[in-house]
Design a protein around this ligand. Structure first.
Ligand SMILES: Nc1ncnc2c1ncn2[C@@H]1O[C@H](COP(=O)(O)OP(=O)(O)OP(=O)(O)O)[C@@H](O)[C@H]1O
Ligand SMILES: [Mg+2]
Length: 243
């Protein structure tokens, strides 16, 4: 979890949605630009946060001009990061803006669950966040099982379910049916609206069953990092490139 000099402090639900909105706005801007840009390496470590938790996208090293004319995709060497890259892109090298939408879905899941996209310290299906979380996303009653225990149940159930549903749509294996980033942004803004952002907090009793990770002190204003460890950078460093 993101933490301050004074001690570890988890990001609140409202801040997580704020971060998601900032990042979605960034991708939406790139996708809808007159000359479309596909970001191609969207992941938590490339989202930088300022003091007000405004999200900025960093590292445009892998960004690619989108398809032009009648072309539906760009064919490229597969680059990106394991755990975030869209399956069709990894399999075929066909890159579209919808590849970014998939990666956004993974980051949204990280925000909801407080887990990393890939976690080699976990066993079996839990190593891959998408594989582990997907079955819970469409189920209102079981969703609390994947929600970050550090939220201590302090999130609106309706908003959480809307966000989970949105993540599921972004993670659809069929790229075409994933929403556009502008639609993702609009949905996140609805989640942020007072109607969905308050009340009906998840009851505490659902949240005690999973042990809470101890979070060590971390440097101030690091990039988005929801699950701190003693050493902040290595696990990002270890994320293998997909080539
Ligand atoms: N301007 C910055 N301010 C604060 N932290 C940064 C800044 N730029 C990078 N970082 C952090 O430094 C670490 C290394 O970043 P770097 O971009 O080299 O690798 P990465 O984001 O893990 O992978 P990629 O090369 O795909 O972007 C990451 O945790 C990143 O979030
Ligand atoms: Mg980076």
């Amino acid at each position: 979890m993101f933490s301050f000099a004074g001690g570890p402090q988890p990001l609140s639900w409202a801040v997580r949605i704020r971060v998601a909105i900032g990042a979605a706005r960034g991708l939406s801007f790139l996708h809808d630009a007159e000359s479309q840009v596909i970001y191609r390496d969207f992941k938590a470590s490339n989202i930088l946060l300022d003091a007000e938790f405004n999200a900025k996208l960093s590292d445009f090293g892998l960004a690619k001009a989108g398809p032009t004319g009648d072309r539906t995709h760009v064919s490229t060497q597969v680059m990106g990061t394991h755990g975030y890259a869209a399956p069709e892109y990894v399999a075929t090298g066909r890159l579209t803006a919808k590849s970014d939408v998939y990666s956004f879905g993974v980051v949204l899941l990280e925000l909801l669950s407080g887990r990393r996209a890939v976690d080699k310290t976990k066993i079996g299906v839990e190593q891959n966040l998408v594989d582990w979380a997907k079955p819970y996303l469409g189920d209102k009653r079981r969703l609390f099982r994947i929600m970050d225990t550090k939220l201590e149940g302090q999130y609106p159930q309706k908003g959480a379910f809307m966000a989970a549903t949105l993540a599921l749509q972004c993670l659809n294996t069929e790229a075409k049916v994933r929403p556009r980033m502008s639609e993702v942004l609009a949905t996140l803004e609805q989640i942020q609206s007072p109607k969905n952002a308050a009340k009906h907090i998840q009851s505490e009793q659902h949240t005690v069953s999973i042990p809470v990770q101890k979070s060590p002190l971390r440097q101030q204003h690091s990039p988005l990092n929801l699950t701190p460890r003693a050493s902040p950078l290595p696990s990002y460093r270890q994320s293998p490139r997909v080539r």
